[in-house]
Write a protein that binds this ligand. Structure first.
Ligand code: PAF
Length: 277
């Protein structure tokens, strides 16, 4: 496994590769990321992972400085799973001030985008840069960041990028908590409460499978249940899987998305509900 920090060196290393599977990350890797790396191997002869904490996707009062940077431990975990780790410094990715951004659709300012207004613009900009640098045939993103995955799919189709985007399933702890690099911010008491987010979404899923179609009511009840236990809810929202617009009864495949804070930690989760065609 090679660790490369410079764009030019990475391009030279990948010049003769024709089946590159790429997994972009911000490091602090957990089993969810490692699963994506294993899945990547099924799609490419050369698996590339990037580790880059992208300043553009953090708001002024967010956790950019605090975000865990664990490059050595991450590389140890990637050993044997990937061929190349691309770990650029900020000034390698942004050698000049980035004044050009991807303009995203209104969806990027809803759900997580409402609480984090510039987040998806920064995410899409770095993803496009990384895709241009690595030029993979396949790129993999976790479904835990469902809205991100949807926007990346839009980015690649609407800008005609010649690659295939694959979504990897969310990996969960035994109590249902979706694995995330931010889980480590939770105190012990918060960690024991954290299961309640996925449990709430599973309850909604079950209600929908059993025929409930008053999505507004389900959303309100879930938000209230979370708030009554001390969560600060950003949103609980049932959306169509196809376009992430608010769920309508004509569709049969929905996704229930939520973001809520426990203390200082903002947790995301989602559950797909597929009733088929
Ligand atoms: O999901 C992430 O870790 C980041 O948003 C990504 C896709 C690596 C872009 O910085």
């Amino acid at each position: 496994m090679q660790i490369i920090t410079r764009v030019a060196e990475l391009r030279a290393r990948l010049a003769d590769e024709h089946a590159i599977a790429f997994v972009p990350t911000m490091g602090n890797l957990h089993e969810g990321h490692l699963n994506l790396m294993r899945q990547a191997r099924e799609h490419g002869d050369c698996v590339v992972a990037s580790i880059f904490v992208n300043p553009l996707q953090f708001g002024p009062n967010e956790d950019f400085d605090q975000y865990p940077r664990t490059l050595i431990a991450d590389c140890a975990k990637l050993h044997g799973l990937v061929d190349v780790v691309f770990a650029p410094a900020v000034n390698e990715m942004y050698p000049v001030q980035q004044t050009l951004f991807i303009e995203l659709p209104p969806l990027a300012y809803e759900l997580c985008g409402a609480a984090r207004p510039g987040h998806f613009r920064g995410m899409a900009t770095v993803v496009l840069k990384l895709l241009n640098i690595v030029q993979p045939q396949v790129a993999l993103f976790g479904k835990k960041d469902y809205q991100q995955l949807h926007l990346v799919r839009q980015l690649t189709t609407q800008l005609n990028l010649p690659l295939c985007i694959i979504g990897g399933e969310t990996v969960r702890a035994a109590d249902g908590l979706a694995l995330s690099s931010r889980n480590q911010y939770l105190t012990e008491a918060e960690r024991s409460e954290a299961f309640f987010l996925s449990q709430t979404l599973q309850g909604m899923r079950q209600a929908i499978v059993q025929g409930a179609r008053n999505f507004e009511l389900l959303q309100q009840q879930a938000a209230q249940a979370l708030a009554s236990r001390g969560w600060v809810v950003d949103y609980v929202s049932v959306r169509n899987q196809s376009d992430l617009q608010p769920a309508n009864g004509e569709q049969r495949n929905w996704v229930i998305l939520a973001a809520a804070r426990l203390g200082k930690t903002r947790l995301l989760d989602n559950v797909e509900v597929g009733l088929g065609e």
